[in-house]
Write a protein that binds this ligand. Structure first.
Ligand SMILES: [Zn+2]
Length: 331
């Protein structure tokens, strides 16, 4: 995901809330408290305190203060010390692509006790140990409640539509959709509220339960969009390889974010269809992005990629036409 979220659909949320209430009564669904996973087919969702604290500190280290509001002056000073240690540990790195940070998030995701795993690097471990008692008292209950609610809203949507949507993505990309999808639901999910690491059949997503753009029915689109990053890439894998081939043949350089716009369009349109088949009117997230970042992509995508998803043209032809209409020929 790569946008600022602004629009929350109140009507959608109300419906999803009633789904969540029903979900709590169903015997097959366990609350995702502490180490408990909520499993739905290929998806495993959790609300994990170590991942939540890690993501909160990462966010504060790079973007803006994410200190719990109820800390006393002395506690806030200790929290700031931990956040400063994270700033130093993080440096200029990006947790989406940095191998060590990807491994750290994965290790924390597997931590299911009050003890940190031994293989957490000391710089991060010291900060996490310092901040965790403060986080537990001042913020964790609130974060965990929001995360578990988000999971409870998502669960029945996944149970109804995930396999159908995974098959539709596999068909659209000509490549198998990931089969093992771990979702850490957290208060913060780096810059844009969600990101994914992993490759091929395994994906590890972090999704914010608080970002308005991930809530309500959009949660279903996000739960398809994020794992797609394990198979879609800028110049390889699904979409990327098609774009690279067309770029060579046409001597045109794709815009840097065209591959991501195609990913957005695909998950948005396929989710829209799945929800329409269930009586829901849904507006894909990309509709909010054509005037911020995806300018110039709307007409080509709605013409050619839509035609491809409708089975009217080949993927190769759609990608060629989109590339032609979104870039000038190179000289
Ligand atoms: Zn994305």
């Amino acid at each position: 995901m790569a946008t600022n979220w602004a629009v929350a659909a109140a009507a959608s949320l109300a419906l999803a809330m009633s789904a969540a209430l029903q979900a709590q009564q169903a015997p097959s669904i366990r609350p995702a408290e502490g180490q408990t996973f909520t499993e739905v087919g290929r998806y495993r969702l959790q609300s994990n305190p170590w991942v939540n604290l890690h993501q909160r500190l990462l966010y504060e280290a790079r973007f803006e203060s994410a200190a719990p509001a109820s800390l006393s002056d002395g506690e806030l000073a200790a929290w700031k010390k931990a956040a400063e240690a994270y700033r130093v540990m993080l440096g200029k790195r990006n947790p989406i692509v940095d191998e060590q940070l990807i491994a750290l998030n994965a290790t924390l995701s597997e931590a299911h006790s009050a003890e940190l795993p031994a293989d957490v690097p000391e710089a991060a471990a010291a900060a996490l140990r310092l901040a965790m008692p403060l986080y537990r008292v001042a913020q964790w209950q609130e974060d965990d409640r929001a995360n578990r609610f988000w999971i409870a809203v998502a669960q029945p949507m996944l149970a109804s539509a995930a396999e159908e949507l995974a098959a539709a993505h596999t068909k659209a990309y000509g490549m198998p959709f990931p089969t093992h999808i771990l979702v850490d639901v957290a208060s913060h999910g780096w810059e844009f509220g969600a990101y994914t690491t992993g490759e091929g059949e395994s994906a590890h997503a972090v999704i914010s339960s608080l970002a308005p753009g991930t809530q309500g029915f959009a949660a279903l689109e996000i739960l398809l969009h994020e794992p797609s990053h394990a198979i879609v890439a800028p110049s390889a894998g699904a979409i990327g390889a098609d774009l690279a081939r067309a770029a060579r043949e046409l001597q045109r350089k794709p815009k840097y974010n065209l591959w991501h716009a195609i990913l957005f369009y695909t998950s948005g349109e396929l989710t829209r269809r799945a929800l329409a088949a269930r009586g829901v009117h849904y507006e894909p997230i990309i509709l909010q992005m054509y005037d911020r970042g995806f300018g110039g992509f709307r007409q080509p995508l709605e013409t050619h990629w839509q035609a491809y998803l409708d089975g009217k043209v080949s993927r190769e032809e759609a990608v060629r036409q989109i590339l032609i209409e979104t870039t000038p020929p190179s000289q």
